[in-house]
Design a protein around this ligand. Structure first.
Ligand code: CP
Length: 335
């Protein structure tokens, strides 16, 4: 799965190295500068206009789907989509594996969101054994991984801290439903690639971050704190990463209904207690965990995060098809 060794699949956050993250972020910055002009946009849309992508999203999505769709269009890639398996031959009993193998017969890239934790990994391994081993990008898998969200989150943090020495040494608070939020799991993993980042997990005990992530942090020497005192930890935070209640994963016991999630919500009154240069992030969609009035505070970074997602994904797709060097050459020659 590492870049430079055959087909590049993007499956889980653990596969990204610090250097890879920095290269993707640098490339995304350059791509958005290139995209500022008509000539630049025409150049970008010529790079991969011989490629086609399938967006196989069998779980709901607004941002991830549209930002990948938009990223493909920026690079000239033509897209098709399956968002409801009832419209494919899966309804006739075809397996998901055969369905995706069919996609690989027509398309050069498969971007997929799926409720099963290891589905993208399984498909990538299966395609690697076929005559058309096209790249697979995991756009969210079960409760487990959302590696490209983590990539755009790192990109947003890096831009937010560009005048404060970067991500190294920062204090990051994660709040909300951390057990079932795949974005937190992937970002927490990626932050271990940066020096002296301290992670705070503020959650109700029922939805505290999983032990597998804590084991990973321990193995990587990352300092962390588990707490249910949201108001205390946000005061010293450089970044506050809010999340919603993931009640679509509730079982028959409806655990979410018994949890006091309001205590893990950011209200306008909290703003005066935050650091003046803190950044507030949220992968979105949000419900009530961030007051809408906070949107106009300069520390609210979640709408910038949405836009950053598109540019980070353009950089990732270009790199997947080894066009990163090409883009850097264009940048050096023309900007
Ligand atoms: N952040 C995120 O994954 O949003 P969507 O579910 O709308 O894609």
């Amino acid at each position: 799965m590492r870049f430079g060794e055959g087909v590049y699949h993007c499956i889980k956050a653990q596969q990204f190295s610090h250097d890879f993250l920095e290269e993707i972020c640098d490339l995304a910055d350059k791509i958005r500068q290139i995209a500022n002009t008509k000539a630049g946009m025409e150049y970008l849309s010529s790079i991969l206009n011989h490629k086609q992508a399938m967006l196989y999203f069998v779980q709901p999505s607004t941002r991830t789907f549209l930002s990948f769709y938009s990223a493909c269009q920026i690079l000239g890639i033509k897209c098709a989509e399956v968002r409801d398996p009832k419209t494919s031959s899966e309804i006739k009993g075809e397996s998901e594996e055969d369905t995706v193998r069919t996609f690989s017969s027509y398309f050069d890239l498969i971007i997929m969101r799926h409720p099963q934790a290891n589905f993208a990994e399984k498909i990538a391994a299966m395609l690697d054994g076929t005559e058309r081993p096209v790249p697979v990008i995991n756009a969210g898998s079960g409760k487990d991984q959302h590696p490209t969200q983590a990539l755009l989150d790192v990109y947003t943090l890096r831009r937010s801290f560009s005048h404060r020495g970067g991500i190294d040494g920062k204090q990051i608070v994660f709040a909300g439903d951390l057990l079932r939020g795949r974005t937190v799991r992937s970002l927490s993993t990626l932050l271990t690639k940066y020096r002296d980042v301290k992670q705070y997990f503020a959650a109700p005990p029922e939805f505290q971050i999983g032990q597998d992530i804590l084991d990973f942090l321990d193995e990587n020497g990352t300092d962390y704190v588990l707490t249910d005192d949201f108001e205390a930890v946000i005061k010293g935070a450089d970044a506050i990463y809010m999340t919603r209640l993931q009640d679509e994963w509730d079982g028959a016991d409806k655990t979410s209904a018994r949890v006091e999630i309001e205590r893990f919500s950011l209200r306008e009154r909290h703003l005066r207690t935050l650091k003046a240069d803190a950044v507030i992030l949220h992968p979105l969609p949000r419900r009530l965990e961030i007051d809408v009035a906070i949107d106009s505070d300069p520390r609210a970074g979640y709408w910038r995060q949405v836009r950053n997602g598109m540019w980070a994904r353009v950089a990732l797709i270009a790199t997947t098809f080894r066009r990163d060097r090409h883009i850097l050459d264009y940048y050096l020659t023309n900007l």
